[in-house]
Ligand binder design. Structure first.
Ligand code: NAX
Ligand code: ATP
Length: 409
């Protein structure tokens, strides 16, 4: 009896072993099938992404693919063409979203892909909107020494497509900035004793903030800027920090650390200072990619743009590089054009993200890439006309046509 029992137990143990072996083989085969399917899907999406990118960039006037023969004049837009364009935009967006979600690490075509995503965040111009809906942007900066920088940032925001552009500057800078342009709304409050309260009154109306162009390094002004950043964070407003705003961040990183709607735009000097303040050691200047990842991580995965021969953009997970052809000309103020336009694009990108158009790519990264491409394209176009004498004002004149070439063709 006990022998029979032993035999029975042995047979059932063997049967169980056999079952588990077969089950393991089945699971392995299933894994292989899924991997192959995943690779096929990724490949297909890459091809589709390239196809759609080339369709959208081969329209008349495209910068990416110059046409050899003159294109026929475009027919007047009809409701069905508009609907088709809208569908195409949604398809491109969905394809790219899926492509990134699958975790492609391929760099080929990456710039074109992100540019296509930038196109999807741009709000259509329609007669249904009221003034202000496409963006009210605020610039915190402008003092006795620097009046050009806040002007460049604010006018660039307007020319990119914001409806209203406000400058919050010191009293003595305000008249000067107003005299440059009647288009800007200029508040001479930055050095007033109740500056924070004066600026806070406007925050509910602002969609994006750019802190730093021409701010200077006076302690009182930096303290005001810090408090305005804190209050804007509490209102969930996208914040771009540049120039002397980065000086503040270098002294007190916690002011923006971990804020997912924050973007830092350092030039090489500003980046080096920030790196050394965060890591307490000299930066390895031979490996910028590693440096930007480290700084972004130390700042709580904040979006960061290191400006240079190629602009490196990261949110700590991957590094995108923007190498739209510029020129050899580096005139003061082009960083202000960059930060002002980024303020608008950040608002658009976060709005698109809330609407579900941009999902798997960080909207701040999409905005940063758009602004870098635009600045570089402006630089290139202005240089073609003015060569060595190119100035930021010449670049600002190019914003309209550069924007059209990059994002609306
Ligand atoms: N017209 C204006 O009012 C302008 C005012 N600006 C303002 O001027 C203030 C100070 O800005 P800075 O950039 O001068 O301040 P920094 O003190 O950060 O720059 C120090 C020096 O570093 C140099 N530098 C920059 N990139 C470099 C690189 N890759 N390698 C080596 N050296 C490099 C700059 O030329 C500058 O002389 C800011 O508030 C800024 O907004 C600038 O935006 C330029 C235009
Ligand atoms: N070496 C380069 N080659 C091509 N483009 C560049 C180069 N350096 C900077 N740029 C472009 O110019 C933009 C502004 O960068 P720049 O380094 O001039 O900023 P900045 O020093 O902060 O400017 P600002 O004079 O306004 O303070 C960058 O986003 C980039 O697109």
């Amino acid at each position: 009896m006990s022998k029979l029992m032993e035999q029975f137990l042995e047979q059932s143990a063997q049967a169980e072993d056999g079952f588990y072996r077969m089950e393991e083989q089945r699971l392995q085969a299933e894994d292989r099938r899924r991997e192959a399917e995943h690779a096929r899907e990724l490949h297909m999406l890459q091809m589709l992404g390239q196809m759609f990118a080339s369709i959208s960039s081969s329209r008349p006037g495209s910068a990416a693919t110059p046409c050899k023969t003159a294109p026929p004049p475009p027919p007047p837009p009809t409701a069905s063409i508009t609907a088709q364009r809208k569908t195409l935009t949604l398809v491109i967006s969905a394809v790219l979203e899926r492509y990134y979600a699958l975790g492609s690490t391929s760099h080929k075509g990456m710039e074109d892909d992100i540019l296509s995503l930038v196109k999807t965040i741009i709000p259509p111009l329609t007669s249904k909107k009221h003034k202000g809906q496409d963006g009210r942007i605020g610039i915190i900066g402008g003092c006795q020494d620097y009046t050009g920088a806040p002007y460049f940032a604010a006018i660039s925001a307007l020319k990119v497509g914001a409806d209203l552009s406000h400058v919050f500057c010191t009293k003595d800078a305000a008249t000067v900035i107003k005299s440059y342009s009647p288009e800007l709304i200029v508040h001479p409050v930055l050095d007033s004793p109740n500056a924070v309260e004066e600026i806070e009154k406007w925050l509910p109306r602002l969609h994006g903030l750019v802190v730093g162009p021409g701010l200077g390094r006076d302690d009182f002004l930096l303290k005001t800027a810090k408090e305005v950043i804190e209050r804007s964070k509490a209102r969930d407003i996208p914040i771009v920090i540049d120039a002397d705003g980065l000086w503040l961040v270098t002294q007190q990183p916690s002011v923006i650390q971990g804020y997912q709607k924050g973007i830092l735009t350092p030039n090489f000097m500003e980046f080096t200072r920030l790196y050394e303040a965060l890591h307490h050691e000299p930066m390895d200047s031979s490996d910028h990619q590693r440096g930007v990842l480290q700084v972004s991580a130390a700042m709580g995965n904040l979006t960061l743009v290191l400006k240079g021969e190629q602009d490196l953009i990261t949110d700590g997970s991957r590094v995108f590089s923007c190498s739209v052809e510029g020129s050899g000309r580096r005139c003061g103020g082009q960083g202000d054009l960059l930060s002002g336009s980024m303020g608008v694009l950040a608002h658009w990108a976060h709005t698109a993200s809330t609407a579900g158009t941009v999902r798997s790519v960080n909207p701040s990264v999409v905005a940063a890439f758009g602004a870098c491409s635009l600045t570089r394209q402006c630089n290139s176009q202005a240089f073609q006309q003015h060569g060595r004498s190119t100035t930021t004002s010449d670049m600002i004149q190019e914003i309209g046509s550069a924007f059209k070439k990059l994002f609306e063709s």
